[in-house]
Ligand binder design. Structure first.
Ligand code: ATP
Ligand code: MG
Length: 423
């Protein structure tokens, strides 16, 4: 035997026992997004490396150390997408969707980051990414979160906390940045190495550090909310007012930041206490500067990404009920004529009963063996076909989950009988 090839660390197979949960998450999400006017877009999972370097920023964990980058056969520098927004904006620009238009778009799929794998943190993971373009006011900021609150409810995962903050404009942030720099320089010795390195290039990112020693320093740092420009303060007040009107609870967290200049005003995150350290299931914010930064005309934009692995884990944790996916009926065929006739009967039933889950035993063996498999499959009914029944267009109808006796019925009656039984 040759040696087994191992899977890649941090990249998971989603097995058939797990996919019903994923499908549930996807179909509920799709329905809620559609109800708010969002349209799906499908974009490549590979883009030019430069796109991510420019949009995510050179001085970020993702670009510095987490990207799966490679040269293709033409020597082009390409990267497996670590997040979706860059590709969505690129596609919007490539296809003329953004200039002077309002677009509500979403996409879903795998993202790739070379992080340290642990519970809730993988190297291939999946996001639903949602973006609204061409809308500058705080109403869309609020509506995205109103929509998310509805989504959590529809998914059955309501114990999430919304944290919000505002970053102001790049101009107002400049002043704050100076104050922050001065403060951190005074506490240089207490910062971790990464944060020290980031100090001159991206000090805002330090506010977001997860290193305990650095967090202690951050506690005493100047507060961005006290250095906002008037328009951003009004935008934030408007955002909060709409959330209040909608009865959505939130906590203002002045440490919630994004380090890049094209981020403006609103940032938010939905967190849970049920998943340990990997507590963010959805993060979003406004990036009014990004479209222009990627070569388009100035276009207001706001969006969020939710982590599907973490949502699936949460749904498992709170035991959201799953629709039954075991077969309704299991067809047993014994004998050469029954084997052929069985497919005919099965197709008749499938045509007559859309949504019917009917499994045909193709493993062979006598009635006893096949009925054992029928039982194991979880089916509620076995349809039992021998050569005699096949010749007479009859079939044995055998309930598997109670003591009702097997009866013979005609093929013509079979659909109605099944439908009645399965109600
Ligand atoms: P975190 O703080 O957990 O590292 P992040 O700030 O890097 O998250 P974003 O880049 O904003 O997260 O991605 C949005 C969402 O995608 C996160 O809230 C999280 O649910 C999910 N996510 C991010 N990275 C991973 C990963 N490596 N594995 C699984 N899910 C992830
Ligand atoms: Mg991260």
């Amino acid at each position: 035997m040759s040696e087994l090839i191992q899977p890649i660390r941090g990249m998971n197979d989603i097995l058939p026992d797990a996919t019903p949960r994923w499908q549930q998450l996807e179909s509920v999400t799709r329905a809620v997004l559609t109800a708010y006017g969002y349209r799906e877009m499908r974009v490549p999972i590979v883009e030019k490396t430069e796109l991510f370097a420019r949009s995510i920023g050179e001085v970020t964990d993702i670009v510095e150390k987490e990207m799966y980058s490679f040269e293709d056969r033409n020597g082009e520098h390409l990267t497996l997408r670590p997040e979706a927004t860059a590709g969505m904006v690129r596609a919007g620009l490539s296809n003329g969707l953004l200039h002077n238009q309002v677009q509500r778009l979403w996409c879903l799929g795998p993202m790739f980051r070379h992080e340290r794998p642990q519970k809730g943190r993988y190297r291939q993971f999946h996001q639903v990414d949602v973006e609204a373009y061409g809308l500058a006011g705080p109403d869309i900021d609020a509506e995205l979160n109103i929509m998310l609150a509805r989504l959590w409810k529809a998914l059955g995962v309501e114990a999430l906390e919304l944290q919000i903050n505002t970053l102001g404009t790049p101009a107002s942030r400049k002043e704050y940045r100076k104050l922050l720099l001065e403060y951190f320089r005074r506490h240089l010795d207490a910062l971790d190495a990464d944060s020290r390195r980031r100090l001159e290039t991206n000090p805002l990112r330090i506010l977001d550090s997860k290193v305990p020693e650095t967090r202690a320093v951050v506690e005493g740092a100047p507060n961005l909310l006290e250095h906002l420009d008037a328009e951003s303060a009004a935008h934030f007040a408007g955002f909060k007012k709409f959330l209040d009107d909608a009865g959505i609870r939130y906590r203002v967290n002045p440490r919630l930041v994004r380090g890049l200049d094209y981020y403006t005003r609103t940032v938010f995150e939905w967190v849970t206490t049920r998943l340990g350290a990997q507590d963010a299931v959805c993060s979003g914010g406004r990036y009014d500067g990004l479209v222009e930064h990627l070569g388009g005309k100035p276009t207001p934009a706001i969006g969020f990404a939710m982590g599907m692995e973490r949502l699936v884990a949460l749904m498992e944790d709170v035991q959201v009920p799953l629709p039954d996916s075991s077969p309704h009926a299991y067809l047993v065929r014994v004998g050469a004529e029954a084997e052929r006739a069985g497919f005919k009967l099965a197709e008749q039933l499938r045509s007559a009963l859309p949504g019917l889950r009917l499994l045909t035993d193709c493993s062979g063996g006598d009635f006893g063996k096949q009925l054992k498999r029928a039982d194991k499959s979880g089916a509620r009914v076995a349809l039992v076909l021998g050569d005699n029944e096949a010749r007479n267009q009859q079939v044995g109808f055998k309930p598997l989950r109670n003591t009702t006796e097997q009866v013979n019925i005609s093929w013509e009656q079979a659909a109605a009988r099944l439908a009645a039984w399965l109600e």
